[in-house]
Write a protein that binds this ligand. Structure first.
Ligand code: SF4
Ligand code: SF4
Length: 66
C-alpha cells in the first residue's frame, strides 16, 4: 500500500500529477481560496509508480510504502 502526501504549501495547482495518474488517485481541492492537489480514494489502488512525484516540478509529492 502506498500513501502519497502532497505539501499544499508547495503545490502550485498545475494539475500535472492529476493528469499523469492512471488510477485517478489525485484530486484538486480548494480551501480558503487556495487550490491544491490531494491524494484521494483507496490507497490500495495506488500502483506506487512514482509518476506523480516525477511530474511535480515543485517537489510537493512524497510517496511512502507501507
Ligand atoms: S504536480 Fe505538484 S504542483 Fe502540480 S498539482 Fe501536482 S502536487 Fe501540485
Ligand atoms: S504513484 Fe502512480 S498510481 Fe499512485 S498516485 Fe502517483 S501516479 Fe497515481
Amino acid at each position: 500500500m502506498y500513501i502519497v502526501t502532497i505539501d499544499e504549501e508547495k503545490c502550485q495547482a498545475c494539475s500535472e500529477c492529476i493528469d499523469v495518474c492512471s488510477q485517478s488517485m489525485i484530486a484538486m481541492v480548494e480551501e480558503n481560496g487556495k487550490k491544491y492537489a490531494m491524494f484521494s480514494g483507496d490507497p490500495d489502488d495506488c500502483l506506487g509508480c512514482y509518476s506523480c512525484q516525477e511530474m511535480c516540478d515543485e517537489g510537493a509529492i512524497e510517496i511512502t510504502e507501507y
